[in-house]
Design a protein around this ligand. Structure first.
Ligand code: DGJ
Length: 723
């Protein structure tokens, strides 16, 4: 049993792999938080209640005694009853008042976590459902808590219910409240932009609210839906670290609040900016899930907790551990400028390289000769692709390779047959000029008929052609938020309904094509979030394919997301984004720390390149299982030093790889010691590159000294195994 209820003290203890979460139901039926952290025995914890502070400034409603003094932070902060921290929920009752006073009414313990209808979430795990209700207005909430015996995370979410006979407006419907003791924390976020996704930023916690958000109807490259709360000074390997990762793809917010009680309270979920949800009598509203990780072993421990949780319980089991296509994508090789002959030549040129999949990117459909037209017309452009898709697919198959195809299902070009027939399918306010972005509009996924069109158009192509791989792109964010399908009073439901529409089409396309491997993409890696990962086992990490810049992007992405989820390609030099030239071997070594592939015009390959590529793909295949299933240990952070080193160690600690990268060479080369991590100190490892056996203890205590070749952007790789 992972969940225990001690009836005498009315305390719940939720035990995960190495963690415990505890709270109790106080005499006023308020669930008061007690603890979240490393695994502890089920001692009575009431002594911490006397520490003072108190989160309520007023009395509890109707009780003229200051019981608030000594009250610990509740499991859900509510508005209008004397708790002035960031509320988790705000309602507006039919009469106009916004008071909400949810108290405990009962609980259920479920052996398996129920799915959230219409929204992706983690599976499995014993689940506590805590029932709360307001005795006066019929508003109720079910708080879900799930713990796992194979990952140090707790998954939480809330279902808000209107049990009254009149509607209630949900003005804020966050997924959780969690109070952490003290305020000696730093906040870690993953900020970025196009071609600069998920860079790390740390700021000190302070009194007041630190918040991150997206108002784009997409999780966005600006700020990934993740917040780390780190004990001050926590490093990659030391210190207590809490992580908050939201399984959501639309506008969101996450907040950490330093309050005068001396605590830090974290909350968030669906953004309440531009949000109001009309909850009719008898209706309920499910929030997205927040996955909260704990590590006493620094940021690295937190990342491994997320990698295990997402690989074991979020990413589609059909794909999570399957060998990844080792692909050649034509985008950087041709952009829109291709013909059947050109593509066939790219395919011919990979012969003998070990590349096993050809992916045809943007430009194969409608009148799509540039990015100004064609989106929405998912019909092959035979003028460009003589003989149609089928001829190319057959050719690729005749070479023993698989075929992949690019789509951008959520978009519509003004210059498209779809727009000419259904201008109303595009998001926008009638009579008001709309914003373009990359010359395109977005389809209104809140409307069922629009979703049906997309699903039908995409599935027709996928059913009529033997396609093994799909890249699902998304190149702009929502503007002109308005749906012709919603009445005026429901327009502020738009952002969340867009997410629900997106999940609906993902589900109906992915599940209708179980033979196809899906990759997510978003003008690079803008929509790289756990919800998308549920449908797409890998996501294009960034349009910046420069090996040097990729070290930072991949390092930051791995803070939450497993290596297996990061699509990383070897591209041509000078690099198209930065103009930089890096060695071919370096580009491959960096791209191998993910789901790898190539993205260039292979007809430019020399025999030497082809031989090098063959060696690279062979090496990648040999360590693919490590990349897909192993534990990641980040050793040198390229955002803080001249080096980038990462190790991946198998779960049984018998095999490992270590990649060391030096950005700038210098005449008087600094001798770099790289101490391995994650090995078993008692085991002996054969280090292939040294042709020598060393103990795990020596490899971790003394380390290795990579002999970088002269020059910039050099790598050294080590393979280790217990023989
Ligand atoms: C953006 C993606 O990130 C690229 O890889 C490519 O697919 C283009 N879109 C195509 O328009």
């Amino acid at each position: 049993m992972s969940i225990t209820f001690v009836s005498e003290s009315r305390t719940f203890y939720l035990d995960g792999k190495n963690i415990t979460y505890a709270f109790f139901i106080d005499p006023h039926d308020i669930p008061e938080h007690l603890y979240f952290g490393a695994r502890i025995p089920h001692d009575d914890l009431m002594h911490i209640r006397a520490y003072g502070g108190g989160t309520f400034d007023s009395t509890l409603p109707g009780e003229d005694t200051h019981v608030g003094y000594g009250l610990l932070a509740p499991e859900i902060v509510q508005y209008g009853i004397g708790d002035y921290r960031e509320p988790c929920v705000q309602i507006q009752n039919a009469g106009g008042d916004r008071i909400c006073d949810l108290r405990f009414t009962g609980f259920d313990i479920l052996p398996q976590k129920p799915a959230i209808p219409g929204m992706p979430s983690m599976d499995g795990g014993e689940t506590l459902v805590l029932h709360l209700a307001d005795a006066l207005n019929g508003f109720a909430a079910d708080l879900y808590y799930t713990v796992y015996d194979d990952a140090d995370v707790i998954a939480r979410r809330i279902v808000y219910r209107n049990e009254a006979s009149v509607p209630v407006a949900l003005r804020r419907a966050y997924s959780f409240t969690l109070s952490l003791p003290g305020q000696d924390y730093e906040i870690l976020t993953l900020y970025g932009a196009w071609a600069k996704e998920r860079h790390m930023e740390r700021i000190p916690m302070h009194h007041g609210v630190v918040s991150i958000d997206s108002k784009r109807c997409s999780s966005s490259a600006s700020l990934n839906p993740f917040m780390g709360v780190l004990s001050t000074g926590a490093t990659e390997t030391t210190g207590e670290v809490f992580g908050f990762s939201l399984v959501y793809s639309s506008s969101y917010t996450l907040k950490a609040e330093g309050y005068h009680t001396g605590e830090t309270t974290v909350t968030g979920g669906i953004h309440d900016f531009d949000f109001t949800w009309q909850l009719g009598a008898g209706e309920s509203f499910a929030t997205p899930e927040i996955v909260i990780a704990y590590s006493s072993e620094g940021i690295g421990g937190m990342s491994r907790a997320y990698h295990d949780a997402y690989r074991n319980h979020l990413i589609n089991k059909r794909y999570v551990n399957t060998n990844r296509p080792l692909l050649i994508n034509n985008w950087e090789g041709t952009y829109f400028n291709f013909s059947y002959e050109k593509l066939a030549a790219i395919v011919d040129a990979v012969e003998g390289t070990g590349i096993d999949t050809f992916v045809l990117d943007d430009g194969w459909f409608g009148k799509r000769d540039n990015d100004r037209s064609g989106l929405g017309d998912w019909i092959v452009n035979e003028n460009k692709l003589d003989g149609g898709l089928r001829r190319l697919i057959d050719y690729v198959h005749s070479k023993g390779m698989k075929f992949g195809l690019w789509f951008e299902p959520e978009m519509i070009s003004e210059d498209s047959d779809l727009y000419r027939a259904h201008p109303d399918y595009a998001i926008g306010v009638p009579g008001r000029p709309r914003c373009y972005c990359r010359h395109q509009y977005m389809l209104d996924l809140t409307r069922a008929e629009v979703r049906d069109y997309i699903v039908n158009a995409v599935n027709t192509i996928l059913h009529e052609n033997p396609i093994e791989y799909v890249k699902w792109d998304y190149n702009r964010n929502v503007t002109d938020n308005f749906s012709l399908g919603l009445p005026a009073e429901r327009q502020m439901e738009f952002a969340h309904r867009y997410a629900l529409g997106l999940y609906d089409i993902c589900e109906r396309i992915v599940e209708a094509n179980p033979q196809i491997f899906f990759e997510g993409c978003s003008g690079g890696g803008a929509r790289f979030d756990p919800a998308m990962l549920h449908y797409f086992p890998q996501i294009w990490t960034s349009d910046d394919s420069d090996a040097e810049e990729r070290t930072m992007i991949q390092y930051g992405t791995s803070i939450v997301y497993p290596l297996s989820s990061m699509a990383c390609h070897v591209s041509i030099c000078p690099n198209h984004q930065t103009g930089r030239t890096t060695p071919f071997a370096t580009r491959a070594d960096i791209a191998h720390l993910g789901a790898t592939g190539y993205e260039l015009d292979t007809t430019t390959f020399t025999d030497e390149d082809r031989a090098a590529a063959a060696k690279q793909t062979e090496e990648y295949r040999a360590c693919q299982n490590l990349i897909l299933q192993g534990d990641l240990y980040r050793i040198d952070n390229p955002m803080e030093s001249n080096f980038f080193s990462e190790a991946v160690v198998s779960k049984d600690k018998n095999t490992a790889i270590l990649l060391c990268y030096r950005r700038m060479g210098s005449v008087n080369n600094d001798v770099k010691r790289v101490r391995m991590a994650g090995l078993d100190p008692a085991k002996r490892y054969y280090v292939r590159e040294l042709d020598k056996e060393l103990s795990g203890a020596v490899l971790m205590q003394i380390g290795l000294v990579p002999r970088f070749a002269r020059g910039d952007f050099m790598t050294v790789k080590y393979h280790m195994e217990v023989r």
